[in-house]
Design a protein. Sequence first.
Length: 633
Amino acid sequence: MSNNREKLFTEFTAPTTQEWLDKIEVDLKGADFQKRLVWRTNEGFSVQPFYRREDLATLKTPDAMPGEFPFVRGNKKDNNYWYVRQNIAVADPKEANKKALDILNKGVDSIGFRIKGSDLSAEYIEQLLHGIYLDVVEVSYRICPRHVIELADILNAYIEKKGYDKTKIVGGVGFDPIEKMVMNGKDTRSVLAVGPQLIEKLKDYPNLRCIMVHSESLNNAGAYIVQELGYALSWGNEYLQQITDAGVDADLAASKIKFYMGISENYFMEIAKFRAMRLLWAQIVKQYNVKSDDSCKAIINATTSTYNQTVYDSYVNLLRTQTEAMSAALGGIHSMVVTPFDVTYETPTEFSERIARNQQLLLKEESHFGTIVDPGAGSYYIEHLTDALAQEAWKIFLKTEDEGGFLEAVKKGIVQDDINATNVKRHGDAAKRKEFLLGTNQFPNFTEKFTTEHTMKTDDAKTCAQKEASGCCCANTSVDSDSPVPFKKIEYTRLAADFEELRIHTEETRVPTAFMLTIGNLAMRQARAQFSCNFLATAGWTVKDNLGFKTVEEGVDAALAAGADVIVLCSSDDEYAEYAIPAFKYLNGRAMFVVAGAPACMDDLKAAGIENFIHVRCNVLETMREYNAKLGI
């Protein structure tokens, strides 16, 4: 068998890269290779249509080994295990405990409690942790930065009382005052001094981390992958520098830092992001002259993004979070939270939370993603993305350090301005459908309606998301609120919010009917009608498609008989010169008239009084707002 296999290999000559390029050039028939096939990413580098082994000749990442410095291939050598995590916002400790025990029996092995500092007490923690074995499952706590020392003391007393082996306690006590500064513009500098004290309190717990970097907040605000990566590195380095400057041993300081990162929809690039994160963080920590390579490991909790989640067609959110979860799992993370599909418009239900848990369990237990270490290793494409992301993120890191570090960059508003500019750009791209949101700005559900009750829940959900991003559940969310010069903040707006606001407004005011007047060339009229239906339905309009009409008069009469507010002429560019003006004149202002396309005769049609055209170069959001205004909506 082996001889036959070797013979087969020798019968074929592997084509060279130039031969592939020559073949592609022939197939393109003169079209520009760079414009047609090279992807110019938002991350600052280009992606080629194919990669070969020779493209990795200068890269060092393929030579790395799992579990070894610089940990690009993961922190473990023999498995890809991660914790399945679910967060619980604690209103009542007994109820939160009951929920925690329930979900621990349903596949979760990591709990994240969000605690109000004003409620904290030893009795509170006793009730919260009753029946939860801290040496078996991972438990993390998030509380107002001003209460972390008190929480650490209470936890330490509880653990000693229970007689746990401190080396087996896995989890975290969340301390990240800089997040409040970035996201809310609050001055939290006075709380930073608590960091070294907290580490001293928890130094006997090798697996209990307490200095957190919540770059997931940047992800949820629309940051590109390379921005989240670069700023997360600088953010973590800011804490590491401050803590070591305070006299904390570098190994101990590094071992207490944990990263909370988001996961966007870019499947392969997100896999590469987590690999690049470990690579770069290991290099940064190494510069502090740590004694152990284990101190250089980046411990990452990944959370699926809320930025791209939608209110309409919300079950599509399941597809988004599933591919995002796959990226994180293959990228080799420590723990993961899958965001429930309904979080954008209501408090997640028991059903949505169960589905979110099972999304991870399916990957881990049925698809065996937890058994193979770094399955993306050796992929020419993923190795290239890892290197390219690392290079671009490193530029952001160095630029931020040149500003004096992450804290200084935040104080100057540099980080906030950068993320806000990206958010504005992405909203603009979504408005033009350069960035797709299935079910919202592309292929919307024509019949879906939203109720006032749901709208109120949407507003509440957004408020909750902003509070959660602040990193404080206390009633008094203003740390150093008397600061005379507040910092800039990052604006939180989901990518779909503009379209959702428009559609909800339409539904609450008046839903117009758009009638497709299809005529002429069969293929073109059908294609134009489908395009127009999807275009107009993004604003919640009722759309009526048709098989076709013999004359424009027949089509106009049918549209008016159907109660149409808008008539969309759908035909070929050549035939618009024949059909558009007669149809417009026959309609005589009895409804809005729209031409689907941008024909060569557009100037002539405009001269005849036709002013509404929809086509692929339109800003869909602005066009639909304009049309709503014309209809008095």
